[in-house]
Structures are given as C-alpha cells and as structure tokens.
Design a protein around this ligand. Structure first.
Ligand SMILES: Nc1ncnc2c1ncn2[C@@H]1O[C@H](COP(=O)(O)OP(=O)(O)OP(=O)(O)O)[C@@H](O)[C@H]1O
Ligand SMILES: [Mg+2]
Length: 487
C-alpha cells in the first residue's frame, strides 16, 4: 500500500507539534523534578528542625531519671496530633519507656479495643488490623538512623528521621519524627495535572496555528501552480494576484508575473515576426505567380512580353533572396555565440565601408574623427552594421546631401556615429524603427523600399557585442545613429 505523503500543511503542523511536544516534555521534567526535590528538601529540614526542638525540650529541664525523661517525652508527644498532614513522633528513652503521639500505631495492644464483645468476623478484621499496625510499628522503631521513607497503612508514604541524642546526664534517647508525604504527592500530582491540561491545549493550539499558517502559505502556491498549469496549456495572459500576500510570496508572484510578461512579449514578437515575414515574402511571390500565369495564358507570347515577365520575376526573386538572407543574418546576429572577436581599429574599417559604398557622385560621404583606440569586435558583423546605417543615410538624403561617419572614444565605450543631413527620424519613432519590419515612410512599400530589417540587424549585432544602438538628432540636421561598443 502506498502511504500518501503529507502536504505542506501536514508537514508544518506535524513539525510544530513535535517541537512543542519536545519543549513541553523538557519543561515538564525540569519543573517536576525541581519541585519534587525542593519539596523533599523542605520536608527534610522541617523534620530536622522538629527533632532539634524535641531534643531541646527533652533536655531543657536539666538531668533527670529515665522515668522523669519518659514523663517529659509523654508531655511533648501528647501536644502533637498525628494525622494525614501532621507528624508522627516517638521518643524512646534508654532504660525508660517510649512515648508517642500515636499509641495505636506504635504500641498495638489487643485490649485497646475496649473488651467489647465481637463476632468472629470482627475479630478477624481486628486481628488483621493489629498485624498491620505491628508491622508499621516495627518498621518505624527499627528504622536506621537518618532519613528513610516507609509506607504506613493509614498515612501512606511517610518520611522518617531517626536520630540518637544524648541527654544532659548522658542518657541516650532516640527521637523519631515522621512526616506523611501525601501533601507533597498531592502537590506534584496537581502539577502533573496542570501540565497535562496546559500541554494538550498548547499542543492543539500549536497544531492549529501551524495548519492555518501553512494553509495561508499553500494557498498562493496552489494558485501559482494553477497559473503555471494554464501557461503550460498555452494560456499566457493570466497573472498571479499580487495584493495582500506575504512578502516572500509577493516577490515570487511578482517575478512569476514578470517572467510571464516577458514570455508573452516574446511570443507576441515571434508571432508578429512570422506574420510580417510571410506577408513580405508573399508580395514578391504573388508578383512571380501573377506574371507567370499571364505568360502561360498566352499560347504564343512575343519575345518582348517574355523579357518583361522575366525581368519582373528576377526582380521579385532577388528581393526574396535578399530578405531571406537578411532574416538568416538577423537570426545569427541575435546570439553572441560564433562571434569572432578581435581587437580592431575602427578608422580603417569605416574608411573601407565608405569606399565600398555604391552611390551617385552627387552625395558627399566622408570619414570624420576616428579614434585609434582598438575595440574587440567581429569585423564582418560590425562592417555589415555600418554599411546598413550608411545605406539608410544614402536612401534618406537627396543628391548633394552630406553623410559623415566617425568613431569617438567615450570612456567605457567607443561609439560609431553615422550622421546625415536628411529629414531625420521623428522623436516618437526613434525606438520603433529598430523593430523588425518597421518602416516609417508609408510611400516606400515593400515592393520599392527595403524590408525594414536593416536596423533590426544593426541592433542585434550591437547587442551581441554587449553594446547598443540609438537614434538622435544630427548636428548636420538629419538623423544620427550611434552604435556604442564596449571598449
Ligand atoms: N537615416 C535615416 N533617416 C531617416 N529615416 C531613417 C533613416 N534610417 C532609417 N530610417 C527609417 O527607419 C526605417 C527602418 O530602417 P531599416 O533599415 O530597418 O529598414 P529599411 O531601410 O526600410 O529596409 P532594409 O534596411 O531592410 O532594406 C526606415 O524605413 C526609415 O523609415
Ligand atoms: Mg535599411
């Protein structure tokens, strides 16, 4: 049979119960033992004091004969009653008699009964009682000097102090003082009872508190588990409730929700990316298909028509090729794995990009200041990013426009800056243009303009290098793009 494992609530309640039980047990033992030995000490010192008092009284009247001492002893014992909470006293005088406050106990005599007529049965009971008392009396009278505990028929356990003293004239006397332990036992029993009651109550309260505490911790956990199951089933929009929960649980809920936000955002971006990519690929595909269908419908197309269709098809195919290449590049640039980082000086790299740029001679492109501080970069990737920025600048400047590329040392960063004197980018769009497929100018459709991946690639490359890219106003009047690279 499989035993079900206790949940969080059960475990917490059980641990609290065990800890409480151990604490109560230890406290009980300590208090019980302490009280017992304290009460025992007190009883013993009471008995010692009583013995001293009796000894003083016995010898106080000066030397006397054994008979005289016995009379004194009888006077002393007569003043003391023996009962469940009082003492038993017996004083034996050498060569004299024994005085006691409990003659029935210490000098059992059958005729004490008064000689009244008894039935056989009564006689038997009476004899039995006498036997027991004789045994009690023997135990008291024969006890060793010092403290002993004996069991007496009517009084239960009795603590007995037996002391031998010498009276002023050298006569020996034996003083026995006994104290019934019933009150001590009762007190200890009372203590025990209180402990039981308090213990059970505390234990129940502790278990209940543990259960409630664990429930309040487990409740948000269960809610979290339910949300996590929902996420597992594809439901990304639910969130953990955050208000009113405990600090730790709140932090967990917040980071859980944060993780869901990021996850949802990533899924949403991924979805948009796939939608945009398929849309942008479908446009040239539609062109290709439409043109080929036109051609197919004509049983005898003239060569000019064939040439026109071939031109359109190859243009559309080139667009698709370029886009697929950009998508692959983007996917590759997004991870820093596979970067071949080498310390490079940026001046020659920028000059190479400007020289290799294919543009009409009416635009001025120049390399401005270039720091000689080397930076660890993947040369191919950074060249690609810079050429994307230059090509954008070329697209957004009219003939006679000015473009300047520079590299500036800025402490922890070395920045590559591309300025142009074109129309610039409106402030509200300066973040958005780095998104994939983001194109600002409505006039430039995907058939005649770019696909909107260029800046996304620049951003991915900059971030893979541990840096970033941003768009600002250029002192030339147009747009300024800055790639910050960790120096
Ligand atoms: N130098 C610039 N001046 C003004 N606007 C710019 C400049 N560079 C980019 N933009 C705006 O940012 C948008 C996104 O640029 P991005 O390079 O990502 O795409 P694209 O150039 O349209 O296409 P692709 O680069 O993929 O061929 C551009 O469509 C344009 O609207
Ligand atoms: Mg571009």
């Amino acid at each position: 049979m499989r035993i079900p494992r206790p949940g969080l609530r059960g475990k917490l309640a059980l641990s609290i119960a065990l800890v409480l039980l151990a604490a109560l047990g230890i406290t009980y033992l300590a208090v019980y033992r302490g009280t017992a030995s304290e009460l025992e000490n007190r009883t013993e010192s009471d008995l010692e004091r009583e013995t001293e008092r009796i000894a003083l009284q016995l010898g106080g009247g000066g030397p006397d004969s054994p008979v005289g001492y016995t009379a004194r002893a009888q006077a002393i014992t007569a003043a003391e009653n023996f009962g469940p909470s009082a003492r038993v006293i017996s004083i034996s005088i050498e060569d004299g008699g024994t005085a006691t406050n409990q003659p029935d106990l210490l000098r059992p005599r059958p005729d004490d009964h008064g000689g009244e007529p008894h039935g056989d049965h009564d006689d038997e009971d009476f004899q039995h009682e006498i036997d027991e008392r004789r045994e009690d009396s023997e135990r008291i009278l024969e006890a060793e000097p010092g403290f002993t505990t004996i069991d007496i028929e009517d009084a239960g356990d009795v603590k007995l102090l037996t002391s031998q003293i010498q009276l002023p004239d050298g006569t020996e006397a034996t003083i026995r003082v006994g104290q019934p332990l019933a009150p001590v036992d009762n007190a200890l029993e009372g203590l025990s009872d209180i402990f039981w009651i308090v213990g059970i109550f505390t234990l129940l309260l502790g278990v209940l508190a543990g259960w409630l505490l664990a429930s309040s911790v487990a409740r948000p956990m269960r809610r979290m588990a339910a949300v996590a199951e929902g996420v597992d089933a594809g439901e990304l929009s639910t969130r953990m409730p955050v208000d009113g929960t405990r600090d730790e649980v709140r932090r967990l809920a917040e980071s859980f929700n944060g993780m869901l936000d990021r996850l949802e955002g990533a899924f949403e971006r991924q979805r948009a990316f796939v939608a945009d990519a398929s849309h942008d690929l479908r446009t040239p595909l539609t062109v290709v298909r439409g043109q080929i269908e036109v051609l197919a419908r004509n049983p005898d197309p003239n060569p000019d028509e064939v040439r026109r269709v071939a031109g359109l098809v190859s243009q559309a195919t080139a667009r698709m090729e370029a886009m697929v290449e950009d998508l692959l590049l983007l996917a590759r640039s997004e991870s820093s794995e596979g970067l071949r980082l080498e310390p490079e000086e940026l001046g020659p790299l920028l000059a190479g990009e400007v020289d290799g740029m294919d543009f009409d001679d009416e635009r001025q492109i120049r390399v401005g200041d270039a720091t000689s501080r080397p930076v660890r970069i993947d040369r191919d990737q950074i060249s690609r990013a810079v050429s994307n920025l230059i090509s954008n600048a070329v697209h957004h400047t009219s003939s006679g426009g000015l473009i300047e590329v520079s590299a500036v040392d800025r402490g922890p960063f070395v920045s590559i800056i591309v300025d142009d004197d074109g129309p610039g980018v409106p402030e509200a769009d300066r973040d958005r243009i780095f998104d994939r497929f983001a194109r600002l100018d409505q006039a430039r459709t995907s058939t005649d303009g770019g696909s909107g991946l260029g800046l996304a690639i620049v951003k991915a490359i900059a971030e893979a290098h541990g840096g970033g890219v941003r768009c600002e106003d250029s002192p030339l009047g147009g747009a300024r793009f800055v790639i910050d690279l960790r120096a």
